[in-house]
Design a protein around this ligand. Structure first.
Ligand SMILES: C[S@@+](CC[C@H](N)C(=O)[O-])C[C@H]1O[C@@H](n2cnc3c(N)ncnc32)[C@H](O)[C@@H]1O
Length: 247
């Protein structure tokens, strides 16, 4: 794709992971997502990030990001492929972050393709993947390569404090009721256990075919994780997985 075509394509869809379609949907859905946002904030507040410098990947406009959590950093380098991300992030969070002295720099860049270079550019930053890894398979459209790249992250990030919130499973739900489910605390290894998966699918009223976002091995097996329910639409649910790895 030519650079200009890529620019517009990323602004519209970001390979199915974001763009205008995401911003529109998120802006309409924030009320329904409130319970999920509370659980994400609760999860993030458990950990001391280990650095005052954050390398944020896929932050988009930060529709699902707790501002209080962002305010603890002195500097944020935000990487996103979506050309709209920086403007909408600044619109939502920029003024508050600036008032509190948080320096935010935006970069329009594929942070997964250039991760080794970003890690050496920001040697002391902690890293947060903000609901981006679960869509990697839809951008790449290559299952083997997606699994290889996602599974290799923990080695690439060895020695860093880092974390990720990402889609684990998603699909249609039987009763499009508001979700009143609590996050479930379990190990990353549980994502591989069919009995555990079945239990969570039942709880969320799953039916028909659900997608596996290939994120089951992002974290080492013994990483403590939270599994967080998300009514992406009233009829379509997700189980998100969130984990943090201390350096
Ligand atoms: C579901 S959205 C994340 C939403 C965001 N966490 C929020 O609260 O609004 C995924 C984001 O990741 C970005 N993205 C996808 N692949 C990326 C990559 N390889 N490098 C950087 N950003 C990427 C997309 O452009 C999109 O903004």
């Amino acid at each position: 794709m030519l650079p200009l075509q890529q620019f517009f394509s990323d602004g519209l869809l970001a390979g199915g992971t974001g763009g205008l379609r995401w911003h529109w949907h998120a802006a309409q859905s924030l009320k329904r997502w409130q319970g999920t946002l509370v659980q994400i904030e609760y999860f993030l507040n458990i950990f001391k990030p280990g650095s005052s410098h954050l390398l944020l990947v896929g932050g988009s406009a930060g529709w699902m990001m707790p501002r209080q959590w962002l305010l603890q950093f002195e500097r944020i380098d935000a990487y996103d492929i979506d050309p709209l991300a920086q403007y909408l992030f600044n619109w939502r969070h920029g003024r508050h972050l600036k008032q509190q002295g948080v320096q935010v720099r935006h970069h329009r860049q594929d942070a997964l393709a250039s991760l080794p270079q970003l890690l050496s550019t920001h040697p002391t930053a902690c890293v947060w993947f903000d609901n981006v890894l679960g869509q990697h398979r839809y951008r790449l459209r290559d299952i083997d390569r997606t699994e290889k790249e996602l599974n290799a992250l923990k080695q690439q990030l060895h020695g860093r404090s880092w974390g990720s919130l990402h889609d684990w499973l998603s699909g249609p739900r039987q009763s499009p009721q508001p979700l009143a489910l609590q996050a479930i605390q379990a190990l990353a290894a549980d994502a591989q256990d069919p009995v555990f998966a079945q239990k969570l699918l039942q709880q969320i009223g799953a039916h028909d075919v659900w997608s596996d976002h290939l994120t089951g091995h992002v974290f080492a097996a013994n990483t403590p994780t939270h599994y967080i329910p998300w009514a992406f639409t009233p009829e379509h649910g997700h189980w998100l997985q969130a984990g943090w790895v201390q350096a």
